[in-house]
Ligand binder design. Structure first.
Ligand code: MG
Length: 464
């Protein structure tokens, strides 16, 4: 019952406002080989279930560029991830370093026997991707080739490294995340710019683009502790986890008797990721096209939901922590309105704060407690303005609705009036006091007014 809104969200996403695909549009049909384009679309759906729908809803002038960018990097990643196909690391390195000159320059290039399933097929049938890539605008091709080259060089840096015990320190952890995700953010910003859907200044937002990627990558690394550790390719930074592991081994946290230390370590890494959020929000605020906004915001809201779920949660050390399907639908739907995206970040930041305080109250000793609260407060402050508007409206609706129902019953059952109006008033007060938490209401209103003065216009949908 408590997740009724999520059921509604799932129905909305499936039947009422499903995401549209822009594959079959004049722009796509005129500029690309239909059969090869169809292959790219099909394989995209296979190798990336979560990203395919968000990529397809982008306006046609951007959709194919991003799809190819994704597939090219996926092909590169398949080479990086394969631990068996190459006779030596040197052979793998050779393929990584030359990828932008082979796969992206030779129309007949393909690779066999690397990766598994659909990824293997992507490499085998790469000429089809190349045909679509070759028909992209020159600026897009240059961006894709440049990022591919830099990512391959970055991956190569880590090929020979033994990651059984994670990365060395925060610096190396950030560096890895930059190569595999920050660079994607940079490439995307540049592709947004050359499509004309976003300002040309987006191409220069290198720092914010990088932070966007880092936030997503760190969230995955935190969540995938067990899986990565078992596979012998872990990324948790030693400079952090060695403070908590008594035997100096990363596997220490997987043992049930070490749950306290495991949670302390987990909470510190989550805090480190949360500190990226204000920059991510700032990046989102710079976008003008609603479809681009959704494309960027969906993975971000999923990430904050995942971090909230992982925070102080021992399940991270025993299996895979996943957010509910219904919650995902609710989050996806909310990204069509930037105000709601702010409310989502605000709610999750507040939820994490609540968990941190509760754990402390129960005697849990957490050295990153103050830092966590500060990171959450910064998220709340960055999202306060829109959250304030949304919550204020919701609170008022509760109040008025309860009043209405109350007067309607008045004719029949007098005693219900008081009860229903009181209920509405309580809902209203709860919402408002919820809002003011951490801020004096007056102070909150001041922050909101200040922000409204500096605000950019809200992103608008691009008519296809
Ligand atoms: Mg990889």
């Amino acid at each position: 019952m408590s997740h009724l809104d999520e059921v509604w969200a799932a129905i909305t996403l499936l039947y009422i406002h499903p995401m549209q695909s822009n594959l079959d549009t004049d722009y796509c049909n005129q500029n690309f080989h239909p059969g090869n384009l169809a292959f790219c679309d099909e394989i995209l759906g296979k190798v990336s279930r979560s990203f395919a729908a968000v990529i397809r809803q982008l306006p046609p002038v951007l959709f194919v560029d991003i799809m190819i960018f994704y597939l090219v990097l996926r092909a590169l990643d398949t080479i990086e991830d394969d631990m068996k196909a190459f006779e030596s690391n040197d052979v793998k390195l050779k393929h990584l370093f030359s990828f932008h000159e082979t796969a992206l320059a030779d129309p007949s290039w393909s690779m066999d026997g690397v990766g598994e399933g659909d990824e293997r097929r992507l490499l085998q049938e790469f000429p089809k991707c190349h045909s679509v890539y070759a028909a992209l605008r020159n600026e897009s091709k240059a961006i894709i080739a440049e990022i591919t080259k830099r990512m391959a060089a970055g991956m190569a840096e880590f090929v020979g490294k033994d990651l059984g015990q994670g990365t060395e320190d925060i610096l190396q952890y950030n560096r890895y995340c930059h190569f595999v995700a920050g660079l994607v953010g940079e490439g995307l910003s540049k592709l947004f710019s050359v499509s004309g859907l976003e300002d040309s200044s987006m191409a220069k937002e290198l720092h914010l683009s990088n932070q966007m990627g880092l936030f997503l990558q760190k969230t995955n690394i935190i969540r995938d502790y067990l899986e990565d550790f078992v596979e012998g390719r872990a990324f948790w930074p030693q400079s952090v986890w060695k403070k908590y592991s008594k035997d100096g081994d990363l596997g220490f946290f997987a043992k049930a008797e070490n749950r306290v230390e495991a949670l302390q370590c987990l909470n510190e890494l989550i805090t480190d990721a949360l500190e990226l959020v204000p920059d991510c929000l700032m990046y989102l605020e710079k976008l003008k096209c609603l479809e681009v906004y959704q494309f960027c915001a969906i993975p971000q809201v999923m990430a904050i939901a995942t971090l909230d779920k992982c925070y102080h949660n021992g399940d991270v050390f025993t299996g895979v922590v996943k957010i509910r399907k219904g919650l995902s639908c609710k989050l996806i739907n909310a990204t069509s309105d930037p105000k709601k995206v702010h409310t989502i970040f605000w709610d999750f930041a507040k939820s994490i704060k609540r968990k941190a305080r509760k754990a402390k109250k129960l005697g849990f000793n957490d050295s990153s407690f103050t830092r966590t609260i500060k990171a959450c407060d910064e998220i709340c402050e960055a999202t306060l303005e829109y959250t304030y508007i949304v919550k204020y409206i919701t609170g008022t609706i509760y109040f008025l609705a309860a009043g209405l129902v109350g007067s309607w019953y008045y004719e029949m059952k007098t005693f219900l009036v008081g009860f229903v109006v009181l209920f509405g008033f309580m809902m209203y007060m709860t919402t408002m006091s919820d809002m003011a938490e951490g801020h004096e209401l007056k102070e909150a209103i001041l922050i909101v007014k200040e922000k409204q003065k500096r605000r950019n216009p809200v992103p608008k949908s691009k008519d296809n």
